[in-house]
Design a protein around this ligand. Structure first.
Ligand code: ZN
Length: 609
């Protein structure tokens, strides 16, 4: 006989914005007679790192019927157990909210923001049941509105009041923004969409609204419509410098720099705005891919520990592939601009020798301890399942098209995954996506995946891009700022490099990364060393690269650097800059079949029959 546990009722209020404290109350009408357990998640779905949200609970107590105090015993870093009592049990606690990231909670006198995993205790045994949450305005501050995709249960649109969730998983998947934000709305896939902008900005919001509508409609068209949603909300926080996004089932939280948004009165699409639209497109694509089409390891999420999967290449890599591609298909960027973004991704991947050490499948599995916890050795040890994953997706798309004679592409694979897994709620088993790709391609692709996904081979892009009339070339970087994607300005002599990434520091150049096999590593220099002189001449921070360029490949240089507070001397032999910078160009002279494949790929024409 199961203990009948009733739904939980939550109440949350910005108690003291100046002290960054939310006050939360969780009422359990029928607590577990053996002692009700409650806990906070240790991670937030979509961001694969244990973050220990419970450390931000600064005080907590509990009371039963008639206000009688109930003892709470802490069982581990995130779990409390109430003494057996007669319900209703009310647990009251305060959460410190001073993390302005898409994963956290933040509160001051200008606005409040929270993610459910930071503030709502999980009532053990009642996770599957519906719950309610009353969101109250801060005392003494007027004029705040509220934006969330949580289902309203009496609260006015954009207002404080009563909300509801189908279960705990639903409750914690709708971040909430409150304050004096700007708001524009549009419709896509028959569903209202809100774009909520918090923070100071001078953006052209009607342009942003129109552009986002095109992106969303392009994605709805590809999948054949949105999942059933009441509304979809883009929660955008604008800061001076910032970048990030986190996907949810009916919303996304985005952090961007002020300059990423399109300024009023301008018509051009800056690289920053293109990147921001790509971020929006990325998170929106997750509405299908990862929020509903999920790896089996996430069905259900285990919120108490790491959830391991080798499939993040598909959930983040395929999503990263489509994010910019959808901008091209929506007509927001040209084919040339799209190729520039791909070439920059190729460049990023090639610049990390970690791709020769770690496979994308391993990167996915170890995301919790490696990709999300990158330190100085990351470029030598880690490959990004986003970046290389997106190149695998690109190659897979073109290979599926080639082997099926143009009948199937990655779009068909995504629609199939949507039908079989997204719409049924069944988790995708490991290996299933590869098997489906082979099935749709009509060709066994096991060897391709063994090489580029489970192995450390580079994705054979030059070869597959030929199918769509795109030429790939690799050259040396022209400077440390050269991100690839653009033609070289000059055919210069071979550029000498030290094999480091530097950050300027008072009185020298600090080595942020020392690349495997590079001149600096061979000379014995290490990450965090501060180079202060080259060939007996002072290095003042930003000029290290320029100084190195004054020499020739093969030159031997004396390097003076501080390791901690000890001055050390090294001898470095300068190496040639590697050919790790990619350019992609549209070939003009192509046959009709190639042109048709290209137009189908970029979505500018119907599929070739
Ligand atoms: Zn993502």
């Amino acid at each position: 006989m199961m203990t009948q546990t009733a739904a939980a009722h939550y109440r949350i209020q910005p108690l003291d914005p100046g002290a960054h404290l939310f006050e939360v109350s969780c009422i359990v009408p029928s607590p577990d007679p053996g002692g009700q357990r409650l806990s906070l998640p240790v991670w937030i779905p979509g961001s694969y790192m244990v973050r220990e949200f419970a450390r931000h609970i600064v005080r907590i107590d509990a009371a039963a019927a008639a206000g009688q105090a109930v003892a709470l015993t802490k069982l581990d870093k995130a779990t409390w157990q109430a003494a057996p009592c007669v319900g209703p049990l009310e647990v009251r606690y305060q959460v410190y909210a001073w993390d302005l990231s898409v994963r956290g909670a933040h509160l001051d006198t200008t606005h409040g923001y929270f993610n459910g995993p930071c503030v709502f205790l999980r009532v053990h045994g009642a996770e599957e049941q519906p719950c309610t949450v009353a969101i109250e305005p801060p005392a003494g501050i007027d004029g705040w509105r509220l934006a969330t995709s949580l289902s309203r249960a009496g609260a006015p649109l954009y207002g404080f009041g009563q909300y509801q969730a189908a279960d705990y998983d639903d409750l914690i998947d709708h971040p909430v923004e409150m304050g004096r934000f700007d708001l524009v709305s549009f419709e896509a896939g028959g569903v209202p969409h809100d774009v909520v902008i918090s923070g100071r900005h001078r953006a052209d919001l009607s342009r942003l609204r129109d552009d986002l509508a095109r992106v969303c409609n392009a994605q709805c068209a590809m999948f054949g419509g949105l999942p059933p949603l009441e509304r979809y909300v883009f929660l955008v926080t604008v800061v001076d410098e910032g970048y990030g996004g986190l996907e949810h089932r009916a919303s996304t939280s985005l952090l961007c720099s002020r300059n990423d948004l399109p300024l009023a009165g301008r018509v051009e699409t800056t690289e920053e705005y293109r990147t921001f639209l790509g971020l929006c497109s990325h998170e929106y694509f997750h509405t299908w891919n990862v929020k509903r089409i999920k790896p089996a390891a996430f069905v259900p999420y285990d919120l108490t520990r790491e959830n391991y999967t080798r499939q993040l290449w598909a959930f983040e890599g395929i999503t990263s592939y489509y994010d910019d591609l959808m901008l091209a298909r929506a007509g927001l960027i040209t084919a040339e601009q799209y190729l520039e973004t791909v070439a920059q991704t190729v460049t990023r991947v090639l610049r990390g020798s970690g791709r020769l050490v770690q496979s994308v499948a391993e990167s996915s599995f170890d995301a919790w301890t490696k990709f999300y916890r990158q330190e100085e050795n990351a470029p030598n040890a880690i490959v990004s399942y986003y970046a290389k994953g997106s190149l695998i997706a690109l190659a897979l798309d073109l290979l599926m098209c080639r082997h099926s004679g143009g009948v199937h592409s990655l779009d068909d694979l995504m629609r199939r995954l949507w039908r079989e897994y997204g719409q049924t709620g069944i988790g995708v088993p490991e290996g299933r996506i590869e098997a489906l790709a082979s099935e749709l391609a009509g060709q066994d692709l096991t060897d391709f995946f063994a090489r580029v996904l489970y192995g450390t081979e580079d994705v054979p892009l030059a070869e597959v891009l030929g199918d769509v009339g795109v030429a790939m070339c690799l050259r040396a970087a022209e400077s440390a700022q050269d991100k690839g994607g653009k033609p070289a300005k000059k055919t210069s002599r071979t550029r000498p490099v030290l094999g480091v990434r530097v950050v300027a520091e008072n009185g020298g150049a600090k080595l942020a990364n020392v690349f495997s096999g590079g001149a600096a590593e061979r000379a014995g220099l290490a990450a965090n060393d501060v180079v202060v002189a080259l060939d007996g001449l002072r290095v003042n921070g930003a000029n290290l690269e320029k100084m190195v360029e004054g020499y020739q490949v093969g030159d031997r240089l004396r390097v003076h650097a501080f390791r901690r507070d000890e001055l050390m001397e090294f001898e470095a032999v300068l190496q040639a800059a590697p050919a790790d910078t990619c350019e992609l160009t549209l070939i003009e002279e192509i046959d009709a079949a190639t042109r048709a494949r290209r137009e189908h790929w970029l979505g500018t024409m119907e599929a070739p029959s």
